[in-house]
Each structure stands twice: as C-alpha cells, then as structure tokens.
Design a protein around this ligand. Structure first.
Ligand code: PEP
Ligand code: MN
Length: 645
C-alpha cells in the first residue's frame, strides 16, 4: 500500500508509523515526491488498511492492487528519470524530456573496432555505448564474448568519447569484474529476465539496469522481474521491449509496440525499444526504431557496426554507421511530434571551455550560433555583444541554435525574444522551457532599421513580390499597406529573404531586411527606414549551457532575472505569486504568459525582475524564488544576467 503523509507530519509520528508497519511485516520505503511524501509499504496485507489511515500524520492510504508494487504507477505517479553521469561531468537522463539513443555493436571484438564505432555513433547522436563482453548465444559453439578484456575495451572506448557503457550481465560470478571495470548500466538480457538470483544480485548493486523483456514474457511477468530488481536495492530500472516470440517467421521476433502505451499507464519506469533484436534484419531496424519513438518510448538501443559483414555476432541486424546517422536525423525530426528533445553528448570546444571563467570577449575560438544567414539582425547582435571578437555560426532555426548550445557545437546562441513593435517571439519562450540545461546569460537591445533591398535597377514601382520574415512584415505594416498589390512571401529570417532575392535575376523581387544584408548579397538599398516606428527595438538573449552560466561574474550593478512558473488552478494564485515579488521589493519589468503544451487552459508565466547585485548577494532573490516555488506548481529560473545597451 501507499501511505500519503500529511505535509506537516512530525518526525515522531513518522517513526511511529514506520515501526507500526515494520511490526506488521512490511518493508517501508520513503519517497519524497514533487507533490507529496509517501511511504511505500510492501508486504502481505494482513491488517485492514483503515487501521493505518487513522494513525496520526497519515493523509490517506492507497492499497495497491497489482502484484508488482514498487514498479507500479499506483505507487509512484511521476515518471522515474534515471540519471547516468559520463566522465565529463554531463548527466544523461533516461525517462525525462529527452530521447536517448544507445548504440554500438552486439559484441566487443577489439579495441580498434570499439574506438572506431564509438566515434561514429557519438558523432551521430548516441549518448551511451553498448557492447556485449559476455554473449548468451543459442549455440555453445558460437563466439561467447571477450569477457573482462572486452569490458576494459568497452570502458576505454566509452571514456574516449564521453559515453557511459551498457553491457549485459549473464551470471552472478561476473558481477565483481564488471564493477571493477566501471560498467555504468547493467543489462539483463531477454534470456535471463526471470533469472531471479541474478536479478537480486544486480539489483543490489544500486546501479542503473536495462531489463529486457523475456522472449515469451507477459507484461506482468516483466514487471514482476523489475520488482525483483527494485526490491533488491536499485531505483533505476529501464524496461526494454526487444520483441517477443510469436508464430510470425518473417522477422526474428515481433516487436510489441503496444507494450509501450500499456506500460506507460502501469508503471513509472522509463521504457526503451531495441528494434535490432526484435526484427533481426538490418533494413527493418530504422522503421521500427522510429515506430517505437512514435509509440512513446524514451529512447532506443540499436546495434551498429563499422563492418557488419565481418561481425562476430548479429551482423545481419547491425546497422552501418551511415544508416545510424540517417536514423538519428530522422529521430531529430520526429522528436517535436512526440513533444521531446533529443539528448546529445556535449562536445568540448577547446576555445571557450578551457577558460576558467567566462570572458565575454575571450577569443575568436568562441562560437555563437544564430538562426538565419549572414547579415541577419541576430548576427549583428552577436557582433555588438562580443565586439566582433567571436565566430558566428549560421543555423536554420531557433531550435537548431538551442541544439547547438546543448550539444556543445556552439558556446553561445543569440536569439530574439521580444520586439518593441511586434511583441514576443513565443517560439523561443517555449524553447527555453524545453531545453532545461540551457540558461540565459546575457541580453542586448538592438535598434531594428528595415530597408527595402533589391537588385540594381529595381524601383518601388517595378516590385511585385516582397520576401521577409513575418516579424519584418509586422514591423513594416504601414509601409506595406501603401502597396497592397505586393505579394508577400515569408522566409525563415530577414537575411534569408535578402539571399532569396539575390538568387532571382529580376527587378520584380525585393526583400525587407537590414541594410547590412545588402553587400553580402549584392543588392541595392531601394528605401530605408520603412519600419512603422523608428523606435523599433528587438531584445536578443544570449543563451549558454547552465554549467557556464554559473561561472559568470557580473560587471554591472543592475541585473535581470527571468523566472518561468505555472500557478495552481485556484482563485488568486497568480496574485499570490506576484505578491511575493512585491514583498521582496523586486521590480517586475515584464510579465508574459504562454499556454502549456498538452494542458489546455493552463499557463506558464514568464517574469523578468530587476535586481541589484548587492541585493542578490544579500540573498533577497534566493528567498523570493524559494517562496515563489512553494506558491507555484512548477518553477524554473531561466537565467540571471546583465543587459548590454
Ligand atoms: C543483446 O542486446 O546483445 C542481446 C543479447 O539482447 P537480448 O537479450 O534482447 O536478446
Ligand atoms: Mn545482439
């Protein structure tokens, strides 16, 4: 049963309750959740649960009807997120907002093989390296794995690329050697799913475990196997659907995709899919991997080999590295459809990362990404902010900028957040929330002057089609209303609009963009200052990885803190939140709300508060944030930063 404790339960009542349950032969686990603290009491229900309900400090008791307890959703409402650190201080999370891909060969064969495959899979987007050192083969004459030697090779290759390693444990006597070699994730293979002695020993290691579904196991039997692991000590079990034996012979096994949504409601544990062992045929792997993600899995584990035709096991189902790369690109496209982002191992850019503190003007090795082509306003913002001292990296969407910062391809990203005429750039508010390892580290306001650009010889009268970003059109609406016959074509940025016009050899096309986009595109300025109001400013924010945000030292006295929070759905809840800021005498300079994806009529609020460095050092902000987090449902500090003028 699950015993939900009252919020204000005293320590004495807590320990009395624990003793009462122990005396009645229950094993008690305390779980501190986001919403409440619960005791999970596992054991045979020999007493009437109402006897527990009347004990002091108990809010309510929920009897668990399923034979598995610790694995059940009744026991724990929120999804379990498993954290696996790599050797570079990054934490890979399985079960959260990011999809994870685990890749590598079926078996470790040599150091060369592992080093070359690790390089290829990490470049494509894998976040963990797989490889068997002990292979449970159908035939005793087939390759059985390299044993401890293989584990050492796997670890060496994983460490070289920042990839935690996943490998199968087939027997209890191998555990000690596996621990010594630093195995990050223990895999229990399909054939061993019900090897209960093995489950108990591996569970007791308190390490993350991937539990494959047995070849003919029901979902309930599978969850009972997970229960063995959980009740032995570990809290980190990842379920892996890898196909079950059916009458169908066209594929090696039948990937039971429906198990994913079924498991979602039964358990809080993360779920991944192994399409390789499910289908057993190389060209069927990628479609089933994508199907697994579409069905709601938290990631995939796939076999990839640089030379599958020579592989010592499962070559026929191993992808070529190029096929894995294509699969990862497709997953990138699919991720937003299932409301996820894709996890990546951070690459280290020697330029910026070796500096002990972030120096805004450090060197030309620092890379700052933006969305758009050369001459985009964001590129100008970068040049202003960094005084032309960094390299700018042109990408094709705001999401790509966030991904580049997340993966380490760029040290910073410069993205627009608000325009004084056209309002907020909502997409970037959503991106800030989705990428929880990214912080705002600076901001800059840029005056936006729009010009009409076109090929030499073009006049206002010869123009028929105008290209720009929707914001460009919105900010020049009065000028455009004088030319209602013009065809307006939207582009991903104003700079792209200029390069599109450059490609047309005609005097009927023009672009609304910055005058800075004229020269690189060989265009002439037909008209300047066409924005509705000369006081047209865009505020850009500079984003960076959270780890770097922590190192920033502020030069200015005036700082801005951006906080995102959602309120409880009850009268006056927003008022109560804002009241906290008022009581702390924090000036709120901006308030924005956005609907929360998938939760109609629930809103996320974004506030900017001004805070002096001195007040921050006195802890005023920390206290206000602490109070605000108690009053709100979810809260995230998106960044504390200074604004350059
Ligand atoms: C493996 O992942 O290498 C493996 C043997 O898988 P399964 O246990 O699912 O057959
Ligand atoms: Mn295999």
């Amino acid at each position: 049963m699950v015993i939900v404790l009252k919020k204000d339960i005293s320590d004495i009542y807590k320990s009395e309750l624990r003793n009462f349950l122990k005396n009645n032969n229950f094993i008690v686990n305390e779980i501190v959740g986001e919403e409440s603290t619960v005791f999970a009491a596992v054991g045979k229900l020999t007493i009437d649960y109402r006897e527990v309900e009347i004990l002091p400090g108990v809010d309510r008791v929920i009897p668990i009807s399923k034979p598995y307890k610790l694995a059940s959703r009744e026991f724990k409402k929120e999804n379990t997120i498993i954290e696996i650190p790599n050797n570079r201080g990054q934490i890979i999370r399985v079960g959260g907002s990011r999809l994870v891909s685990i890749a590598g060969p079926c078996a470790v064969e040599s150091l060369d093989q592992m080093m070359s495959i690790a390089k290829r899979v990490v470049e494509s987007g894998a976040v963990m390296l797989r490889g068997g050192a002990y292979k449970p083969r159908t035939s005793p004459y087939a390759f059985q794995g390299m044993g401890v030697e293989g584990l050492k090779i796997l670890k060496e290759a994983g460490n070289a690329y920042g990839l935690p390693i996943v490998t199968e444990c087939v027997a209890t006597e191998h555990i000690e050697g596996m621990e010594k070699c630093g195995v990050d994730v223990y895999q229990i293979g399909a054939r061993n799913m019900q090897n209960f002695e093995l489950l108990k020993r591996v569970g007791a290691l308190n390490k993350p475990v991937i539990l494959k579904r047995g070849i003919s196991a029901t979902i309930e039997e599978w969850l009972m196997a997970a229960e063995y692991l959980l009740s032995s000590g570990t809290e980190s079990v990842i379920l892996c659907e890898r196909g079950i034996r059916t009458y169908e012979k066209a594929t090696r096994n039948t990937l039971d995709l429906s198990a994913i949504p079924v498991l979602r409601s039964l358990t809080h544990l993360p779920i991944i899919v192994d399409p390789s062992h499910a289908v057993g045929i190389r060209d069927k792997v990628a479609p089933m991997a994508l199907a697994g993600i579409a069905a709601g899995s938290d990631g995939i584990i796939v076999e990839v080999h640089c030379n599958p035709d020579k592989a010592m096991s499962d070559g026929a189902q191993s992808l070529y590295p190029e096929q894995f790369e294509k699969l990862m690109r497709d997953i990138d496209v699919l991720a937003p459809v299932v409301d996820r982002e894709v996890s990546r191992i951070r690459i280290y850019n020697d330029g910026a990362k070796k500096e002990s503190k972030i120096d805004k003007f450090s060197s030309d090795k620092v890379i700052c990404a933006y969305s758009g082509t050369r001459g985009a306003f964001a590129e100008q913002a970068i040049n202003h902010y960094f005084e032309n001292k960094v390299q700018s990296l042109s990408l094709s969407s705001f999401r790509d900028v966030f991904m580049a910062v997340h993966s380490g391809k760029a040290d910073y990203g410069m993205i627009p957040i608000e325009n004084s005429l056209a309002g907020s750039v909502y997409e970037n508010y959503d991106n800030l929330l989705r990428f929880d390892d990214i912080s705002i580290v600076g901001s800059i306001k840029l005056r936006i002057e729009h010009t009409l650009l076109a090929k030499d010889g073009t006049t206002v009268d010869s123009i028929k089609t105008v290209f720009s970003h929707p914001q460009g059109f919105a900010q020049c609406s009065e000028f455009l209303s004088q030319h209602p016959q013009w065809n307006l074509v939207e582009c991903i940025s104003t700079a792209n609009a200029a390069s599109d016009v450059a490609k047309k050899d005609s005097t009927t096309h023009a672009a609304i963009a910055s005058s800075k986009a004229a020269a690189p595109n060989n265009l002439c300025v037909i008209k300047t200052g066409i924005e509705d109001n000369p006081r047209n400013y865009t505020r850009f924010i500079l984003i960076s990885h959270k780890d770097f945000a922590k190192q920033i030292e502020f030069d200015k006295e005036d700082l801005i803190c951006t906080i995102a929070f959602s309120t409880k759905n009850e009268p006056g809840s927003l008022y109560k939140c804002l009241h906290i800021l008022q009581s702390a005498e924090l000036n709120m300079s901006r308030l924005e709300s956005r609907p929360i994806a998938g939760q109609p009529w629930h809103y996320m609020f974004y506030v900017d508060v001004n805070i002096s460095k001195t007040k921050k050092e006195q802890g005023v902000l920390d206290l206000a944030i602490e109070n605000l987090s108690k009053q709100s449902e979810k809260l995230r500090v998106l960044g504390i930063f200074e604004e350059l003028n």
